[in-house]
Design a binder for this molecule. Structure first.
Ligand code: C2O
Length: 574
């Protein structure tokens, strides 16, 4: 059939009612999924003024946040990305499983070379059996700081939500904003060997809100009708912080996490790490007024400086006095680990799920920070980490170093020298990870560098245990896996102990980013049925820059439907 061309450029800051109605007006003409949707993304710089400061930021189509991609389950998405900036760019479609389309996944030097200045690349993939709230973001350096936007995938026509149809839907993207150039900032932080400075502001849909300087009118607002129920599509696109989110006097009912339905779970607040999305229902059942929606820090690590001012948006009832002060939202303390656990405990798949019971590949992977010895002749400049060392991060004590061409290309074309296949299935040394990790920095806290991958047979049933370590500090790490969703079958504090660990094999949540508890562990399971090269990394960009990642290579199976197709002709060159 003829492909329908849908340029649905809708701004998150428009009143959503108008575009939601527009969507419904169109929806009945659409076939039940399986359409093709085209988008044009121009990566462009734009001058913006925030916090009394004007600077140039990188955007898509001069929008911040960027354009929303609206599609339906099983639709094909074609996005032509043209890079009109002087910087390298790629776009990753976070949470999209990219079944047999690994070439279009987007992480730089993993599945593709960056799109260089003036070049373009067309991403083409299908939302196979996926629906819900996703997002896209740049996947090179720290460009994600301003290059991000939502992907909303509606169910097929005629398929209702498994909850009462909300009156309206709104996208709420949490972000972090820097006054400095983020690409330079990454370079400077890495060159210094020291920690990353905090963001200058948290933002909700790009707006810091009234708690920040010069931002009284730089605030996002949802106008609500008393008595109606709203669906908020929460997305954490932030760079280096995990965040709590709450609305004054209103309960949130979680109905979806990482684009998979959950059993409804009602709570006063939620926590999202970067890379996580969550749909919540909110009913405007309070007295007419103006209420704060607040985004604040969740910081589980020790001795790290971070932004403490909450970003505020308004949840404003029709009929409220416009200039009235808003009722403040109650956020947990920044280090409230119990609040985080409570949210995790509440996440259950809506229906019973098919969790692999037998395991073919059982991996144990430590995640954490390191301090390497100073190798610079100017330590005052370059060794500003703990005890005059340089900070690093690792999985199984190996810091991931990016190759010079993409691993997928090297793997596919059998080009040697880019990566090795010896990522260990367990740490080289066992010790009391949670409480007794080596901490005599930089003497026993070094990591090994490498571009190591783990090769998995097609169809193998995989269990991965992530274990946080206490070198430098324990910390909650949002670990993201490309190419898959996984069942979060268990988690806990302390060291993982197979004898005492309690697994939920009935209705665990099906996620793509798991916050490994601070000083604890998380267990995930999935079937490796999507061939390709898949990045697995901490979604805190500073940790990723320091090497907290590894790559899983899933081999082809038999036949066309289990084999990765050829690369596209316009695949960028390095
Ligand atoms: Cu959302 Cu590898 O990223």
């Amino acid at each position: 059939m003829a492909n329908s061309v849908a340029f649905v450029f809708v701004f998150v800051y428009l009143p959503l009612s108008s575009y939601f109605q527009a969507f419904h007006a169109m929806a009945h003409e659409w076939p039940a999924g399986g359409s093709t949707r085209f988008y044009d993304f121009k990566v462009q710089t734009m001058r913006v003024t925030k916090l009394c400061n004007t600077k140039e930021i990188v955007t898509v189509n001069k929008m911040f946040p960027g354009p929303v991609v609206y599609v339906q389950e099983d639709d094909r998405i074609i996005v032509n990305v043209t890079n009109e900036t002087p910087y390298n760019a790629t776009i990753h479609w976070h949470g999209v499983r990219q079944k047999l389309s690994c070439w279009f996944d987007g992480p730089s030097y993993i599945t593709q070379c960056p799109i260089q200045a003036g070049q373009s690349f067309t991403y083409e993939f299908t939302m196979v059996k996926q629906k819900g709230t996703f997002f896209w973001h740049a996947h090179v350096s720290w460009l994600r700081a301003t290059v991000y936007g939502a992907i909303v995938v509606y169910p097929k026509t005629g398929v209702p939500y498994p909850f009462k149809q909300p009156y309206e839907e709104h996208i709420v993207i949490l972000g972090e904003y820097w006054l400095r150039d983020v690409l330079q900032l990454e370079q400077q932080v890495l060159a210094s060997g020291g920690p990353a400075p905090p963001a200058d502001a948290f933002t909700i849909n790009g707006h810091p809100g009234p708690n920040y300087n010069c931002s009284r009118n730089d605030v996002y607002r949802i106008d609500v009708v008393p008595g109606k129920t709203y669906l908020l599509r929460l997305i954490n696109a932030g760079l280096n912080m995990e965040n709590f989110f709450a609305i004054a006097n209103h309960k949130l009912t979680v109905v979806e996490a990482d684009a998979e339905y959950t059993k409804p779970f009602t709570t006063d607040r939620v926590m999202l790490g970067p890379g996580q999305t969550m749909n919540v229902l909110v009913t405007a059942d309070q007295t007419i007024g103006k209420y704060s929606m607040a985004m604040g820090p969740y910081m589980s690590a020790q001795n790290i400086s971070f932004q403490r001012i909450s970003a505020i948006a308004y949840f404003q009832y029709l009929g409220a006095v416009p200039n009235s002060v808003s009722l403040p939202a109650k956020l947990p303390n920044f280090n409230d680990n119990l609040a985080v656990k409570t949210v995790m405990d509440g996440l259950r798949s809506l229906n019973p799920v098919d969790v692999p019971k037998k395991i073919d590949a059982n991996l144990f992977v430590t995640v954490g920070l390191n301090v390497n010895k100073c190798r610079s002749k100017t330590p005052q400049k370059n060794c500003r980490g703990m005890n005059n060392g340089t900070f690093a991060a690792s999985m199984n004590n190996i810091s991931f170093i990016k190759p010079t061409i993409s691993i997928l290309e090297a793997y596919y074309k059998k080009i040697g020298g880019q990566f090795t296949v010896d990522f260990p299935g367990a740490p080289l040394q066992f010790y009391d990870f949670a409480n007794g990790a080596p901490n005599n920095a930089p003497n026993n806290t070094q990591a090994i560098n490498g571009t190591r991958t783990k090769v998995l047979k097609f169809g193998s049933r995989v269990q991965l245990i992530f274990q946080d370590t206490s070198t430098v500090t324990t910390e909650n790490h949002p670990i993201h896996l490309h190419g898959y969703s996984f069942y979060v079958v268990g988690y806990g504090t302390g060291n993982f102990n197979p004898q005492t660990a309690n697994f939920n094999l009935i209705d665990p949540p099906y996620m793509n980013t798991i916050g490994v508890p601070v000083g604890g562990w998380a267990a995930i399971r999935f079937v490796a049925d999507n061939p390709g090269v898949w990045f697995m990394h901490c979604h805190l960009d500073i940790h990723q820059s320091w090497g907290l990642g590894a790559v899983l290579i899933v081999e082809n199976g038999k036949g066309e439907l289990e084999t990765l197709p050829h690369p596209p002709a316009d695949l960028p060159r390095c």
